[in-house]
Design a protein around this ligand. Structure first.
Ligand SMILES: C[S@@+](CC[C@H](N)C(=O)[O-])C[C@H]1O[C@@H](n2cnc3c(N)ncnc32)[C@H](O)[C@@H]1O
Length: 203
C-alpha cells in the first residue's frame, strides 16, 4: 500500500506510463463542498479543464486494457456536473476515453420486499426545497481507452455476500494520492482497519 501526499497533477507524472491496471477516483464535485485543502468553487469551465488535465495523466499511466472508475455526485440544484464532466472526457475532436459502463450508486433506498415488508438502507439526505424529490444517488462512470475491455461481470457485488472472495482479487500493488494530509491519514487508518479485519477473517 503506497499512500502519497500531494497534488495528483504533480504526483501522477512521476508514475510510469502504462503501469496501472485500475484507477478509481472520487474527485471534488465542484459543488462548493467545504474540503480542508481544496477550494471547491471554481467556475465550471475551469473545473472541467482541471479534470481534463488530471484525467489526461490518468490515461497516460493506464495500461491499454486498464479500467478507470470515476465516481461523481451531483446536487439537486446542480444536476449537470456529472454529465458535463463525462462529455468533457469522452466527447469532442480528441476524446480521452470511451464510456464503457455507467453505474448508479444508490446511496439510500426504501424498497418493499415480495413479502410486503418495507426495508430502508443507507443515509437519507434531508431535502430543504419543495422542488426536489431526493438526493440519494451518485454516478460511477467506467472509462476505458477503447470501450472494448473485457470485465469479470459476475464478480460485481460478490464480496458483500462472500467476503472470502476478496482474497481472490489478487491486487498486486496499490497507490493512493491525496492532497490533504488529514484525509490521507484517515484513508491510511481505514485501509489498515480493513486489512486487519480481512486478515482476521481469511487467515
Ligand atoms: C470528493 S472528495 C473524495 C473523498 C474520498 N474519495 C471519499 O469518497 O471519501 C475529493 C478529495 O480529493 C482531494 N483532492 C482535491 N484536489 C486534489 C488534488 N489536486 N490532488 C489530490 N487530491 C485532491 C480532496 O482533498 C478530497 O479529499
Amino acid at each position: 500500500m503506497n499512500l502519497l501526499h500531494g497534488d495528483c497533477l504533480k504526483v501522477l507524472p512521476k508514475l510510469d506510463a502504462g503501469s496501472v491496471d485500475l484507477v478509481v477516483t472520487s474527485p471534488p464535485y465542484n459543488l462548493g463542498i467545504n474540503y480542508k485543502s481544496f477550494k471547491d468553487t471554481a467556475p465550471r469551465e475551469e473545473f472541467l479543464q482541471w479534470c481534463h488535465a488530471w484525467a489526461s495523466e490518468v490515461k497516460r499511466v493506464m495500461a491499454d486494457d486498464a479500467s478507470f472508475f470515476l465516481n461523481v455526485g451531483a446536487a439537486p440544484a446542480n444536476p449537470l456536473m456529472p454529465h458535463q464532466l463525462i462529455l468533457a472526457l469522452t466527447d469532442g475532436a480528441d476524446p480521452l476515453f470511451n464510456l464503457q459502463n455507467t453505474f448508479h450508486w444508490i446511496k439510500s433506498i426504501t424498497i418493499e420486499t415480495v413479502g410486503g415488508e418495507q426495508i430502508s438502507a443507507g443515509h437519507f439526505k434531508p431535502i430543504n426545497s419543495k422542488r426536489y424529490v431526493n438526493d440519494c444517488h451518485e454516478y460511477v462512470f467506467h472509462l476505458t481507452k477503447t470501450g472494448n475491455i473485457e470485465l469479470d461481470r459476475r464478480a460485481a457485488g460478490v464480496p458483500y455476500v462472500y467476503k472470502s472472495n476478496i482474497a481472490r482479487w489478487g491486487i498486486a500493488a496499490f497507490t493512493g494520492i491525496e492532497l490533504d494530509a488529514h484525509y490521507l491519514e484517515t484513508a491510511r487508518l481505514r485501509l489498515e482497519e480493513e486489512h486487519d479485519r480481512q486478515s482476521g477473517q481469511l487467515f
